[in-house]
Design a protein around this ligand. Structure first.
Ligand code: FAD
Length: 488
């Protein structure tokens, strides 16, 4: 027998919209709380930025979206769709490129919301400020939210049997690949005096401007400047090229220990280095490879933290160095399952596909059609996963990277021949973790495995990203991929 539950979904981005669709399909009653006045989350470009460009001031005014004006997707269009709802090229107008602009993704999400009548379940201008267990009630959760509609500004409490957290995790800057700012500062303090004329300083005394990629929108403010950009992912790739069009010099610093200092091919002013070793009061930035540069800007493309300020679970769910835990299969905290769940936590994967499959699984678990293991069994599974990570010496912060083995492997490589690294990566572990997870979710939700071309396309996309070739987004072989997809 199917059970219908009243569910609060927090956030109306990709995850919240997809969760709402699946929950309603399963006959649940759904309210989506969205703090802004629109759907689409991250994909709403906002020209404003946080009041603190580096994002460490807890009292700063926060802008949700981290996307920049020039952003195009880093996955091809077929992987930016849902399994049963493709992302078509528009007949008239729009951006028909295979790696389209952020505006096109937002258009697609609006189409999706309209197609499934999702707006009718969204409460806009409704920021959730507290989610806590409601003792002694049939509805297990109290959801406290700020109602900013129609000129009113009140705090309201509602009660729900289940809560699905879909609030995103690309808003709270992470300053370096080490856990907290103090340790980050320590890292910069450990310097080798004598390089420059100034004193080795802590980063707080370094006189230049610091910014995190969360607050980057357009390159113009960096015109004529010397920028040190720390990072290695798709955003670092895009932003370094974007800024290099107007900056005097851009120096990319990565963690790889043996990167050779060199100017990148096809660029007059784009350099690569190893990680920043220390900074000086006179503006000098020294790299671990022995090179140094007087810089105007340090630009952090160092990722984001998971952040759920509204969630009060008495320590049942914790966040430690990018590990949200314990979470069974990245979704259910065992002690609170299935009444609390998280959609969209995994990173480094086909995000739309994962979100859709997680949503289907959660919806069917809530309706009682799909059983989940006991709390003890789920905890054992989580522990086993943690132990496996520890045994392989993977750091906590890659807990939710679906192909963490491969990512960690790449980040520890020592030369910059990315094509051969990528080939090695495939031999090392392939995309088995991503595909394995998707197919596991599909099986739980009673669906067939995902089509093989999706995995192939994802592998090809990662290869392109790793190749670090400018213009890879415009060199995609559409005809080849169309033939593969149509062969099904
Ligand atoms: P979000 O899109 O962040 O949506 C969360 C929603 O929750 C927002 O609308 C927010 O307003 C709302 N919310 C948050 N807190 C509350 C609260 N307390 N109360 C009420 N509402 C709340 N993915 C790809 O697949 N391909 C790409 O090319 C790609 N490029 C990216 C580039 C950048 C620079 C970034 C930052 C991300 C990129 N991503 C990409 C990842 C992208 O975030 C996901 O595709 C997707 O948007 C995640 O959706 P989400 O619903 O989990 O989170």
């Amino acid at each position: 027998m199917s059970r219908s539950v009243n569910v609060a979904v927090i956030g109306a981005g990709v995850a919240g919209l997809c969760a709402a669709r699946e929950l309603r399909r399963e006959g649940h009653r759904v309210v989506v709380f969205e703090k802004s006045d629109r759907i689409g989350g991250t994909w709403n470009y906002d020209p404003r930025a946080d009041s603190d460009p580096i994002g460490v001031d807890p009292t700063r005014e926060i802008v949700h979206s981290s996307i920049y004006r020039s952003l195009r997707t880093n996955l091809p269009r077929p992987l930016m769709a849902f399994l049963d709802y493709p992302f078509p090229k528009r007949e008239n107008g729009g951006d028909s490129r295979t790696f389209p602009s952020h505006e096109e993704v937002l258009w697609f999400l609006n189409e999706f919301a309209d197609e499934f009548g999702l707006r009718e379940v969204v409460r806009f201008n409704a920021e959730v400020v507290r989610v806590e267990r409601a003792e002694g009630r049939k509805e297990r959760w109290v959801v406290e939210w700020k109602n900013r509609c129609d000129g009113c500004d009140s705090v309201v409490e509602d009660f729900f049997q289940a809560v699905v957290v879909c609030s995103g995790h690309f808003t709270e800057p992470r300053i370096a690949e080490i856990p907290d700012l103090d340790r980050t500062l320590d890292r910069f303090l450990v310097g080798s005096p004598g390089l420059g004329t100034g004193q080795v300083s802590g980063i707080e005394k370094w006189p230049g401007y610091q910014i995190h990629s969360h607050n980057y929108r357009v390159p113009e403010p960096f015109g004529g400047q010397i920028v040190v950009l720390i990072g290695f992912g798709p955003s670092a790739f895009d932003i370094s090229r974007d800024i290099a069009r107007v900056a005097k010099e851009v120096h990319i610093a990565t963690r790889s220990p043996d990167v050779r200092v060199m100017k990148l091919a096809n660029h007059d002013n784009l350099w690569q280095h190893t990680m920043v070793k220390c900074v000086y009061e006179d503006g000098l930035v020294a790299f671990e490879d022995g090179s140094s540069v007087y810089a105007d800007v340090i630009f952090y493309c160092t990722g984001y933290k998971y952040h759920y300020p509204f969630l009060e679970t008495n320590g049942i769910v914790t966040i430690e160095d990018k590990r949200v835990g314990p979470l069974y299969k990245h979704v259910f905290p065992p002690a609170l399952a299935p009444w609390l769940s998280f959609i969209g936590i995994p990173e480094k994967d086909v995000i739309f596909q994962t979100i859709e499959l997680q949503s289907k699984w959660v919806a069917r678990v809530l309706s009682g059609k799909v059983p989940i293991p006991t709390e003890k069994e789920m905890m054992a599974s989580v522990e086993e996963y943690y132990q496996q990570m520890q045994k392989n010496e993977f750091p906590k912060h890659v807990t939710h990277y679906l192909h963490f083995k491969e990512v960690f492997y790449v980040s520890s490589l020592t030369s910059l021949d990315f094509a051969s690294h990528f080939a090695a990566l495939m031999v090392f572990g392939g995309m088995s973790a991503v595909v394995g997870y998707s197919n596991w979710l599909a099986a739980e939700a009673g669906l067939p495995p995902v089509e093989e071309w999706r995995e192939k396309m994802y592998v090809e996309s990662l290869g392109n990203i790793s190749s670090m070739q400018d213009n890879y987004k415009d060199q995609w072989d559409d005809a080849y991929w169309d033939s593969i997809i149509n062969k099904r």
